[in-house]
Design a protein around this ligand. Structure first.
Ligand SMILES: Nc1ncnc2c1ncn2[C@@H]1O[C@H](COP(=O)(O)OP(=O)(O)O)[C@@H](O)[C@H]1O
Ligand SMILES: [Mg+2]
Length: 303
C-alpha cells in the first residue's frame, strides 16, 4: 500500500520564527505525536505574476516516496497546510541533540582550503572528484544496511542517480550534508527535493510534451545541473558519479533503478489529490519518470 496524502494542519503561532538557510519561507515545528524530532515546515512558493502555487509540495512528497523505492535514504516528508497555504513538513534528519549537520560547502572547504563557498550557480571547485575526496573519511548514512565496504560516496552517487531520475537540478553544496556525532561522521539522508519533476511547468506545456515525444526529449535533455563545474547534464553527472563509485555501488544502484516498476510509480503519484496536481501533471510525471529511467539505463555503459 502506498503512503496516503494526508495533510497536517498548522496555524501561524505553532511555527517558530527561526528560519534556516535556503530560500523559501520555512520554520521548525514540533509534532510530538510523531516523536521527538523537529520538522521543517516549508511553504510552496507562489508565482508573483499570477498567484499560482508551485508544485514544490507534491514534488517534495513524491520524490521522498521515490527515494524509498530506489533505496536512497531521505528525510521523511508529509504534506501540510499552514492556515490553508500549501506546504510540506520534512522530519529532521538529526536523530537527537548529539547530532549536527555539516553542509557540503563546509565539508568541501575543510578538505580544500581554496574551495569557494560563496559562488552562486556554477562553481568550478564543485566537482564529483572533489566531493569524493571530501567524503573520504565519512561513513554511509546510519540506520540502513549497506553492502559491505559501502562508502559515503557510494551512497552519494545514488543521490545523483535519483536526481537524474526525478529531474532534480538542485544538488548544490548546501543541499547535502554530513552528520557529526561525537567523532563519528556519516553522510546525511538526502533532503530538499521540491525542485524536481518539472514542478514549475504549466499544464499547457505538459500537454504539448505529452503529445509530442520530441518536445519531451528536448525538455529532458536540457536538464543540467546549475551548480557543478561545467553544468553537466543530470544523466551524465549520474553516470560519472557511478563511474567514480565502487563496482559494488555501481551494480547496486543500477539494479535498484532497473527494479522500479511503473505500477509502483503510478501508485505514488495517484495519491496526490487532483486539486493539487492536475490530471495532466499526474500523467506527465509518470511519463517523465519512465523516460528518465530508460535514458539512464539504456545510456549507461558502466559495469
Ligand atoms: N529534514 C531535514 N533535516 C535537517 N535539516 C534540514 C532538513 N531539511 C532541511 N534542512 C535544513 O534546512 C536548510 C533549508 O532547507 P531546504 O529543504 O534545503 O530548503 P530550501 O529549498 O529553502 O533550500 C537545509 O539546507 C538544511 O540545513
Ligand atoms: Mg536547500
Amino acid at each position: 500500500m502506498p503512503t496516503a496524502w494526508e495533510p497536517l494542519h498548522f496555524v501561524r503561532g505553532a511555527a517558530e520564527a527561526d528560519e534556516p538557510m535556503g530560500s523559501k519561507e520555512k520554520w521548525w515545528v514540533d509534532l510530538p505525536m510523531f516523536g521527538e524530532r523537529q520538522w521543517l515546515l516549508k511553504l510552496a512558493r507562489l508565482d508573483e505574476l499570477d498567484g499560482t502555487v508551485s508544485g514544490e509540495d507534491w514534488a517534495e512528497w513524491t520524490v521522498h516516496q521515490f527515494a524509498e523505492q530506489l533505496g536512497v535514504p531521505s528525510a521523511t516528508v508529509r504534506p501540510a497546510l499552514l492556515e490553508g497555504r500549501r506546504a510540506i513538513v520534512s522530519r529532521s534528519v538529526l536523530r537527537d541533540r548529539l547530532e549536527y549537520l555539516d553542509h557540503g560547502n563546509s565539508v568541501l572547504s575543510a578538505r580544500f582550503a581554496d574551495y569557494d563557498q560563496s559562488v552562486q550557480g556554477e562553481n568550478q571547485g564543485y566537482t564529483l572528484a572533489a566531493v569524493r575526496d571530501a567524503l573520504e573519511e565519512v561513513g554511509p548514512p546510519a540506520d540502513t544496511e549497506w553492502p559491505g565496504g559501502f562508502t559515503a560516496f557510494d551512497v552519494w552517487a545514488g543521490y545523483l542517480l535519483m536526481d537524474a531520475w526525478v529531474a532534480g537540478r538542485d544538488r548544490h553544496h548546501e543541499n547535502w550534508a554530513v552528520i557529526l556525532r561525537g567523532d563519528e561522521r556519516r553522510l546525511a539522508p538526502s533532503f530538499d527535493h521540491g525542485n524536481a519533476l518539472g514542478f514549475q511547468e504549466r499544464d499547457e506545456r505538459r500537454v504539448r510534451m505529452l503529445d509530442d515525444e520530441l518536445h519531451l526529449m528536448r525538455w529532458v535533455e536540457r536538464g543540467t545541473s546549475h551548480h557543478f563545474a561545467g553544468k553537466p547534464k543530470l544523466t551524465e553527472l549520474a553516470w560519472s558519479a557511478l563511474g567514480l563509485a565502487s563496482p559494488t555501488a555501481r551494480r547496486f544502484w543500477v539494479e535498484r533503478l532497473d527494479a522500479i516498476s511503473q505500477d509502483a510509480v503510478h501508485s505514488v503519484v495517484s495519491q496526490v489529490p487532483r486539486a493539487i496536481m492536475s490530471e495532466v501533471t499526474h500523467t506527465f510525471v509518470v511519463r517523465l519518470l519512465a523516460t528518465n529511467r530508460r535514458r539512464l539505463l539504456d545510456g549507461y555503459s558502466g559495469t
